[in-house]
Design a protein around this ligand. Structure first.
Ligand SMILES: [Zn+2]
Ligand SMILES: [Zn+2]
Length: 302
């Protein structure tokens, strides 16, 4: 999956898949949100307002804010009752049709996620650490394409921005599911509207920076996620994984349970990691820079 991204034709496009505006509980209007991401060098954005009756079930229309160098994907953060601790589910859906609507019947979270996938969306389990999503709950979300391994606003607001543990538990159980980093921007940090923006993103390999091509690539796993570092190339050479990255301090391949191999060095930009112990197993790459910022590949199966 992740290796395919580097072999696939096209270019890497930078995007944030999880964002809120005044159409739900975000503090900036959609035009301002799109403008800020475009000005920060993003190629695309999914404005994913909360799909709740309180906000009249928005699929926020960002199409007016597309330009020659910036596009948008329609989507939403879906909610349904209930997790096993009795709270609302949070499910990210990127690439929904503009007429995706509430059915008026109480769908389960699984039914809602399945309907989003059937409608063409890339679907992710949102911020599992933030609300302590249980493994049994995560296991029920069988149609999800990814788990958020980093949610920037959850990190900023509660120090619980992670999700890699949830991802790894699903992988250990045999699920083939990808990783995702995002902002989940609400623009609501006192004194600094941008404080929960521009902290987690995806780099999607696609032939064009167009919504359908981006969503197809996301669904195929042709992307990696980052807080800062770049994974520039990755391929398998016999029993080694060959990696090129932006300047970093560690390049790690982590697999089931405690399995990992790594290379370390000040300012290193490449590594050859041995794959013998990964035979028949999954592994996912992490590049960590001097500031502790991480880039995550999607899982690979060797
Ligand atoms: Zn949420
Ligand atoms: Zn959100």
């Amino acid at each position: 999956m992740s290796l395919d991204a580097f072999a696939a034709p096209g270019s890497f496009y930078k995007g944030n898949l999880h964002t809120h505006s005044t159409r739900s509980d975000g503090k900036l209007d959609p035009a301002d949100v799109c403008r800020r991401y475009a000005e920060h060098g993003y190629d695309f954005l999914c404005l994913s307002d909360h799909f709740l009756g309180a906000y009249n079930f928005p699929i926020t229309d960002t199409r007016p804010y597309r330009t020659d160098s910036f596009t948008t994907v329609l989507g939403a953060e879906l909610h349904a009752m209930t997790t096993d601790f009795g709270d609302l589910w949070h499910i990210l859906a990127v690439g929904l049709p503009e007429d995706f609507a509430d059915t008026g019947v109480n769908e389960t979270a699984q039914q809602l996620a399945d309907r989003a996938v059937a409608a063409g969306a890339f679907v992710a389990i949102a911020h599992p650490e933030w609300y302590g999503l249980s493994l049994p709950d995560a296991l029920t979300m069988s149609s999800a394409h990814a788990v958020e391994v980093y949610n920037h606003t959850s990190h900023v607001h509660s120090g619980r921005g992670g999700g890699a543990y949830c991802l790894d538990m699903l992988l250990n159980g045999g699920r083939r599911i990808n990783a995702l980093a995002c902002d989940d921007t609400h623009w609501n940090v006192p004194g600094d509207e941008n404080r929960d923006a521009f902290g987690g993103w995806v780099m999607v390999k696609a032939e064009t920076n167009e919504p359908d091509a981006l969503v197809d690539a996301l669904r195929a796993g042709h992307y990696y996620s980052s807080q800062g570092p770049a994974i520039e190339a990755m391929h398998r050479d016999g029993n080694e994984l060959v990696v090129e990255a932006s300047a970093c301090q560690q390049i790690i391949l982590a697999g089931p349970h405690s399995l990992s191999v790594y290379a370390a060095g000040e300012g290193m930009q490449s590594a050859r990691l041995p794959l013998e112990r990964f035979a028949g197993k999954w592994g996912r790459l992490m590049v960590i820079d001097k500031a502790g910022l991480i880039a995550w590949s999607n899982p690979m199966w060797f």
